[in-house]
Design a protein around this ligand. Structure first.
Ligand code: DGT
Ligand code: CA
Ligand code: CA
Length: 578
């Protein structure tokens, strides 16, 4: 969509401004970009219908940025941006995708070493030329190389959150075609894996030519790798590939089973088939030449003596055994979620770094059918997000009281909870006084600085925060950013044990690039009886929908409703914060 295209440019302008050390303005551009990016409607339509005024009404967009958006809509260019690109001919997006590399560093790398892109950067770092620049040093050079390695490793994989909306759009388009009798996405998308290599669709149809013609003329195709009557493969402009296979109805279930994977899961199911004197492949289950199952997935598992495991847990991590014993977990579902406890807001203009007011967030939460929303404002240490201090938290909470009273008088069964996302400082202490934490409904703590501490120190840092009696939840406990940086160096087993001892709740952060805790750690936590909360970390009202990704990740970690505190009613939830 054009929204994303323009948002990308606004983010880049923010980087250029930051490069030049301009104050405040970069932040304004970032907020406008966020507003545009998360907008439900097409910017072109908005402008067509409502003119300049409608563009200025987009959250975060003021008069001057609106002008630039309109310039782009009308001419396909923004002069302000073009001038910057001429002045600094660097691939900003590529360079700043290296963890720890900010616009000011990009400026110096260009100024002293004429580094324009990732390739130049890697060459210079390998040659040891970066360490001698003012303000860089050997550690920075090492970190840059590490960052580049990390980027290379995650290359070719896409975030589930970036892929899924597009997959659904394609699926709906195909579904609307009367020739399509059955359709399902399979592969890692159906398993809701955090990152996706490519997208795999299966279709049943009597008219494959028609379906393939339609598929290969979808909008937004960059390349057609191959077009046949049983399989076609395309690349979309977003950069990822989509395969579509046509299978006979009598094989639909076994094809689904096969192409859903995972490969590790399939190897085991095939083994079980062999042990039973059967053969399992994408065409069906066979005894000799006779097909004994294959039409539905359930039937395939049934002849193997298994219950059908939910796609999210098909990773050969114990689901095979559980399915054979009829002991599969009843996984948590999106509809079980009763509220969201990690939302940021915009308050008094800019405090807390969110894009929407408390009441806007509350209204959206009600629309989702929630019973509560927790405002977990950043606190004072986090200057870039304009974190709140003790006094400001108190002021905010007066406003929350007022809103809650209003809801009550309207007969609404909904409550805004007072929370915070405080910072765990280097020594494990919290940047907000206990006296202030005590007054809240609950306090979250998370790490937002100094990510590269040595393992035992980092582990102790988090454990010390857990021991604070007012800290109830640890946000994004391992700190990874997908495609960008690894987890902190931590002893996860030790942290999990401490969580159990201190009865600290661990977060499953739903933000598409976080999904932290991850599936494997969720499963470990649950086995230890630790409670979890699935939160979105929303910085915008439209981020509330990310809940789906957190729930999917929790499902991949075998979480049931009882393991997740925000599936509870308000009354029960509050008992966890006593
Ligand atoms: P991705 O695309 O890397 O995110 O991961 P998947 O799981 O979607 O993998 P993909 O697209 O290569 O293949 C789709 C499914 O097909 C996979 O989950 C299991 C099945 N499959 C692919 N290759 C093999 C194989 O060599 N052996 C077996 N048993 N199954 C396979
Ligand atoms: Ca795939
Ligand atoms: Ca594939």
């Amino acid at each position: 969509m054009l929204n994303q295209e323009i948002a990308k440019i606004l983010y880049e302008i923010a980087d250029f401004l930051e490069m030049e050390g301009v104050a405040f303005k970069p932040y304004a551009y970032q907020k406008a970009a966020l507003g545009l990016e998360t907008l439900g409607d097409d910017i072109k339509e908005i402008y067509k219908k409502g003119g300049v005024k409608a563009v200025e009404e987009i959250p975060g967009v003021g008069k001057s940025i609106a002008e630039k958006i309109i310039e782009y809509l009308e001419t396909g260019k923004i002069k302000y941006y073009q001038d910057y690109k001429k002045k600094y001919p660097v691939n900003m997006a590529e360079l700043t995708s290296v963890e720890g590399l900010g616009p000011k560093m990009v400026r110096d790398l260009y100024k002293y070493l004429k580094i324009k892109n990732l390739k130049d950067l890697e060459k210079a770092a390998r040659a040891g030329r970066i360490r001698n620049l003012p303000n860089f040093g050997e550690t920075t050079e090492k970190n840059i190389l590490q960052g580049i390695e990390f980027l290379k490793r995650s290359k070719g994989r896409f975030l589930l959150g970036d892929i899924l909306p597009r997959v659904r759009e394609i699926e709906n388009n195909l579904k609307n075609l009367k020739e399509v009798e059955e359709i399902s996405v399979c592969g890692s998308v159906r398993r809701m894996k955090e990152t996706i290599g490519d997208v795999d669709f299966l279709v049943v149809t009597q008219n494959p030519e028609k379906v393939m013609d339609f598929f290969c003329s979808l909008s937004g195709i960059e390349k057609i790798w191959g077009k046949g009557i049983t399989k076609s493969s395309i690349r979309l402009k977003e950069g990822f590939d989509v395969d579509l296979r046509v299978v006979p109805r009598k094989s639909y279930g076994s094809a689904l089973q096969y192409f859903t994977g995972s490969k590790e899961h399939n190897i085991q199911t095939r083994k079980i088939a062999i042990e039973k004197g059967l053969k399992l492949n994408e065409y069906g289950v066979f005894r000799g030449a006779e097909q004994v199952a294959g039409k539905t997935e359930k039937e395939v598992y049934q002849v193997l003596g298994m219950k059908c495991p939910p796609p999210e847990i098909r990773e050969n991590r114990g689901e095979i055994e559980a399915a054979l014993e009829g002991k599969l977990p009843k996984l948590v579902e999106l509809k079980d979620i009763n509220g969201d406890l990690h939302c940021h807001i915009k308050w008094k203009g800019r405090w807390d770094g969110g894009a929407n007011t408390i009441s806007e967030m509350a209204v959206k939460a009600m629309e989702r059918g929630y019973e509560y929303i927790g405002i977990a404002s950043h606190t004072k240490f986090l200057k870039i997000e304009h974190g709140l201090d003790e006094r400001q938290l108190e002021l905010r909470d007066k406003e929350i009281d007022k809103l809650n009273k209003k809801f009550e008088s309207q007969g609404l069964k909904f409550r805004i909870l007072k929370g915070c996302e405080a910072n765990i400082l280097n020594d494990g202490s919290i940047d907000i006084k206990n006296d202030a934490l005590k007054k809240l409904d609950y306090a979250i703590a998370g790490i937002h600085s100094n990510f590269k501490m040595e393992k035992s120190k980092m582990t102790e840092r988090i454990i010390k925060a857990m021991k604070n009696p007012y800290i109830k939840i640890i946000s994004h406990p391992t700190g990874r950013i997908l495609k960008r940086r690894d987890e902190y160096q931590i002893d996860i087993e030790k942290i999990l044990r401490a969580a159990r001892e201190t009865k600290t709740i661990l977060e499953v952060n739903s933000y598409p690039e976080r999904l932290d805790l991850n599936d494997v750690n969720i499963k470990k936590a649950i086995e230890l009886g630790i409670k979890l909360v699935i939160n979105t970390d929303s910085h915008h009202q439209d981020h509330l929908r990310y809940m789906e990704y957190g729930v999917a990740t929790a499902r991949r970690g075998w979480a049931e409703k009882k393991d997740i505190i925000n599936t509870q009613s308000l009354g029960k939830l509050l008992t966890f914060f006593k």
